[in-house]
Design a protein around this ligand. Sequence first.
Ligand code: SF4
Length: 341
Amino acid sequence: MPGLPFEQGPIRPVDEADSLLIRTTRGCPWNRCTFCSLYDNYKFSLRPVDDIKKDILAARDYFNGHSFETCFLQDGDSFVMGTKDLIEVLTALKQAFPTLKRISSYGRAQTMVKKSAQAIKDIHDAGLNKLYCGMESGSEKVLKLVKKGITQASIIQSAAMAKEAGMETTQFIIMGLGGKELSSDHALETAKVLNQTNPDQIRLLTIGVKEGSGLDRQMAEGQFHLPGEAEMISEQRLMLENLEGITSHYANHHGIDLLLEVKGQLPEDKKTLLGILDRFLSLDKAGQIHFILGRRLGYYRRLSDMENSLSRDFVQKQADKLMASGQDPEILFHDLRKKNV
Ligand code: SF4
């Protein structure tokens, strides 16, 4: 937000829409994932603790007694701060905003495993009680392909340390990240890691390749073949089917996802969620194209929205035009999807 008397980073998780945002670092210390261009315009730096503390006081004065219950520490990885510094910031934050119940941050698995279990516990006890982890995939092959810089082992170890310390954990998964070739490996290995980590929340995203990104170049060089929308729903089905013995809340919750109604508590809702994916997959090709187009143009949010005859007739006219144009529908779907990246 321009004009604020304290620094703000460019992004926050969807679930932190009402949170106080305090910037502890600028950019991402890794910044090499081929699918990510979030922090391309930010050179990574640790902010001096005194500057962050000044921001906390400026935010307190600016919000003039607003009782925030949640706070998100920006940008890409607050765990890269020295443990003592991070605890000093958390202590100042809790003093300035005593109503805070939840303080969260992104944490890179590879950074977290460099800290001891005791350090993670101390950070939790100082107030950081929620971890957002962008594991994206549990497949070693996919993690390597997209230069994620983390491993199955570091994801599992960091998640275990966070849970042991008492932190709530959210894992982000990107459907389609393995391309067509690694789709099954991506689904099965991700399920395997999720089964071992049992995060409190599993949040799905769908791949959208930004122009000029590393993944865009990998596509141009033939190293990555973008799966179609229905292929990614099949991939998700395979992953979800293989989630066993966990108690996570599972959600497609970002505008970039096709089936936003696939959202529920595991294990009790698993059958219902699989049923929604199956309902989409059982549509014939023309029906799938119709729904995807309606969803990507903003006329549909749920499969049942196709029962509205007004919307249905309008979307069908657009679908007929698309098919008559000879354009590959997946190219249009990806272009529309990318607007949410
Ligand atoms: S995906 Fe996360 S770790 Fe990778 S470059 Fe982007 S912010 Fe950094």
